[in-house]
Design a protein around this ligand. Structure first.
Ligand code: PLP
Length: 402
């Protein structure tokens, strides 16, 4: 029997992180007190000056109209200015396409640069959207495994081993979802050098660029090696830094021909991003960074708390996260043990048991092509974080040999 759903779309895996979050929310609606570590979004409301700008925009008939597909000229300019600062390169507004969240930028980037059969190399653990959008574009995702021995840093030497005649692009997500790893300037320079030698595109997701902690510094690959600017597409947005996940404003920044082609694509898919949301994003970019710094300090406090409490749990090994707002502990020692009468054979099953028995929603490593790990978002209040980790710790402490 033929199926109504195309082969291409039926191959798409639904977002596992959104699924965990939806399940936790549904349980909460049924009155179960679940603590959700699943959502990849700040718990803070959007800063007041940004909301106020949107309120005013909503009352202004000018923002009831379409904007150019690529975005409001003022917002494109603000994104270009911001990217010029992080990359230490002069970026022109014509190099900016405003998208419906960074997720649309991810889709449009690979749709624009990938032909069927082209290979894209990336490090695992990986945010699952990337493998899906590469496949939707006809590309072949080529994983390179990173692990705790290298603090989950993707190394140019390992990428080089995976390069073939069909390699089109390297994908970098730094700071990383789910590991929090932040590549150093030298590591980025080595990757840039490899890309230059082999004539490869580099797609860099910098959405967590403002959320780095301790001695870690965020570096842009363009700052590390400006000579490869013509081969680089940067993906970013306001969702994570400014607590604006619901507003849906992201962007891609890249060479003009790529941005023009992606804009043509977007003109046939979704046109411009909500005009009001664009004005809110403009207020975010022009409004100063103190609000971001305040949130970063809160995330840092919660990061240290999560790291400490997880480090103390039996059967858990954790690498200190350097950025973003996720902890990514290994629980490999617990596989093969019994929890609540069940033999634990996978982290997907462990996450199920944690939800049922400890009422904590956690995303299993399988969602990031890395079984054996769990991802916990610590973007929640300190009290809830502590309570949730206590529940998880008590559950894991009850594990017995099989
Ligand atoms: C690495 C990474 N890029 C992009 C996004 C999506 O951002 P947006 O909400 O702006 O689409 C996420 C969200 O989880 C992410 O983790």
């Amino acid at each position: 029997m033929t199926t109504r759903i195309s082969t291409r779309v039926s191959a798409v895996e639904p977002s596992p992180t959104l699924a965990v979050d939806a399940r936790a929310k549904a349980m909460r609606q049924e009155g179960v007190d679940v603590i959700g570590f699943g959502a990849g979004e700040p718990d803070f409301p959007t800063p007041a000056h940004i909301v106020e700008a949107a309120r005013q925009a909503a009352s202004d008939p000018a923002s009831h109209k379409y904007t150019p597909t690529a975005g409001l000229p003022t917002l494109r300019q603000a994104v270009a200015t911001r990217t010029s600062i992080t990359s230490s390169l002069g970026i022109d507004p014509s190099q900016v396409l405003v998208t419906n969240g960074a997720k649309q930028a991810a889709f449009e980037t690979f749709a624009t640069v990938t032909d069927p059969g082209d290979e894209v190399i990336y490090g695992t653990p990986v945010w699952s959207t990337y493998t899906e959008v590469i496949k939707l574009a006809g590309g072949i995702p080529v994983p390179v495994v990173t692990n705790e021995d290298a603090s989950f840093h993707l190394a140019a030497a390992d990428i080089e081993q995976a390069v073939t005649q069909r390699t089109k692009a390297i994908l970098i997500v730094s700071p990383s979802n789910p590991t929090g790893a932040v590549l150093t300037r030298d590591e980025l320079r080595d990757i840039a050098r490899l890309a230059a030698e082999r004539g490869l595109m580099v797609v860099v997701d910098e959405i967590y660029d403002n959320l780095v902690y301790g001695d870690c510094k965020f570096s842009s690959i363009l700052d590390a090696d400006p000579s490869i600017a013509d081969q680089v597409v940067i993906i970013n947005g306001v969702s994570k830094s400014f607590a604006m996940t619901g507003w849906r404003v992201g962007w891609m920044v890249g060479p003009e021909d790529i941005i023009r082609a992606a804009t043509d694509l977007q003109s046939q898919i979704s046109s411009n991003v909500s005009n009001v949301s664009q004005r809110a994003a403009l207020a975010a970019l022009e409004g100063g960074m103190q609000c971001v710094e305040d949130m970063r300090l809160a995330f840092d406090r919660r990061r240290r708390l999560s790291y400490k409490l997880l480090s103390d749990m039996p059967g858990v090994d954790i690498t200190e996260p350097e950025g973003a707002f996720y902890a990514f502990p290994s629980v490999k020692q617990l596989l093969g043990k019994r929890l609540g009468g069940q033999l634990v054979t996978s982290t997907a099953q462990l996450a199920e048991i944690a939800l049922e028995m400890a009422r904590v929603a956690i995303v299993p490593g399988e969602a990031f092509e890395s079984p054996g790990y769990l991802r916990l978002s610590y973007a929640m209040s300190d009290d809830l974080l502590e309570l949730g980790l206590q529940r998880l710790g008590n559950l894991l402490a009850s594990a017995t040999a099989s």
